[in-house]
Design a protein around this ligand. Structure first.
Ligand SMILES: [Cu+2]
Length: 129
């Protein structure tokens, strides 16, 4: 029995390594989870900062951008949302697939909320150029 211990362990490690690689490859999670557009929406350049409104959340909930950079917000679901910056509704109602953009002109930390869903909260940190 003992003579099989080592090969079994090696096989287990190989499976674990394969699973880890598969996890790194992603596939199931949207790239907007990371706050960067993947280019799948022609209105949003690949690599642009993007906050998705989905599942009644802002995704991601933390984003760091530079002064003057265009930040994209996209409503990906049927629920109506807004983009409020420090309590001010700047987007109006956003329907499914609506895209809203905003350029932050001053460095700082900005609270992003939605008029309709108090649980929707995000923070955009704007750094100097
Ligand atoms: Cu909302």
């Amino acid at each position: 029995m003992h003579r099989f211990t080592r090969p079994v362990l090696v096989a287990t490690l190989a499976v674990a390594a394969a699973l880890a690689l598969a996890a790194c490859g992603g596939g199931s999670s949207s790239s907007s989870d990371k706050g960067v557009a993947d280019g799948s929406d022609s209105r949003i350049p690949a690599g642009a900062p993007l906050i998705d409104q989905d599942k009644l959340q802002f995704n991601p909930s933390q984003l760091t951008v530079k002064v003057g950079e265009t930040v994209y917000f996209k409503n990906s679901e049927t629920a109506l949302h807004t983009v409020d910056i420090d309590g001010k509704n700047v987007s109006g109602n956003m329907k499914k697939n609506d895209v809203f953009t905003w350029v932050f002109q001053q460095p700082g930390s900005y609270k992003i909320t939605c008029d309709y869903h108090p649980q929707m909260k995000a923070t955009v940190t704007v750094t100097g150029s």
